[in-house]
Ligand binder design. Structure first.
Ligand SMILES: [Zn+2]
Ligand SMILES: [Zn+2]
Length: 265
């Protein structure tokens, strides 16, 4: 099976193309499932400049997504997803937002440490103003808490903090083991996200250190391109497939109404 469970749309203001453009591209390259997972709104209009707002969610994303799911039935299985942020203090809001819609799956991602959008190229200079080891500690603390929150199905790009190539000096082995054992207990899948190959780090998220733990702990995986332009749907699928083969027995998780099942690639 060929799938892509991580795609965006122009509603997030930093991607091109309508939902249907992504679906069309998925059909053209022969995917059997396309997961639409644009950035969810956050409470009080936080970060509205990089995501849809509540109104756009209710009036465009949600109705369009469910209409397209119907329209493409029999051609491609369109999965109704969303990428929601884990941001400490917003859990209750996020829970009511996520449970009000019949999503097929929810990706939970950490994009903020405090107010700092650490994966935003505009704020990359902030890495130079702090201790990278501390940044990594904070990041993995958030990842662990995102898994404990019980809000999400899939752990999105779970070493995103490496995006611009900053690496910690200290050894993270024990931290990663602790985090991934919490992820295992949560029942979440870890996303193999190929977008890192297109970023300064030039690596899939997550790297071998985490994927080795995925294998050892038998944590399920999903595959996503994190496409922010329709032509990137399915990008580097073969690379992701090879990693799923090496670290997850060639099985990938798929979701319907937030129920997980597995297929062989
Ligand atoms: Zn994005
Ligand atoms: Zn993301």
């Amino acid at each position: 099976m060929r799938v892509d469970y991580h795609t965006h749309t122009d509603l997030c203001k930093h991607a091109d193309g309508h939902l249907e453009d992504y679906i069309r591209h998925a059909v053209s390259i022969g995917l059997q499932q396309i997961g639409c997972s644009d950035h969810a709104p956050m409470p009080a209009g936080f970060d509205d400049e990089h995501r849809m707002n509540d109104e756009q969610f209710g009036q465009e994303y949600k109705p369009d997504l469910f209409a397209l799911k119907e329209r493409y039935r029999g051609t491609i299985d369109v999965k109704a997803g969303i990428e929601a942020d884990f941001y400490p203090g917003t859990e209750a809001w996020t829970n009511s937002f996520l449970t009000a819609t019949d999503f097929d799956y929810v990706i939970g991602s950490v994009h903020f440490l405090g107010e700092w959008g650490f994966d935003n190229p505009v704020f990359v200079h902030k890495y130079d103003e702090q201790d990278i080891d501390v940044v990594y500690q904070q990041y993995y603390d958030h990842i662990k808490r995102s898994a404990q929150a019980g809000l999400f199905d899939i752990l999105g790009h779970c070493d995103l903090v490496k995006k611009f190539g900053h690496r910690p000096a200290g050894d993270l082995t024990a931290v990663l083991r602790e985090v991934m054992s919490v992820v295992k207990q949560s029942g979440m899948a870890v996303e193999i996200n190929t977008s890192g190959l297109r970023k300064p780090v030039h690596e899939v998220y997550p790297g071998d250190a985490i994927l080795s733990l995925v294998k050892e702990l038998e944590i399920p995986v999903t595959i996503g391109s994190d496409a922010h332009t329709p032509a990137d749907v399915g990008r580097d699928f073969e690379t992701a497939k090879a990693l799923a083969g090496r670290y997850a027995g060639g099985r990938v998780s798929i979701y319907t109404r937030r129920e997980r099942s597995e297929v062989r690639l």
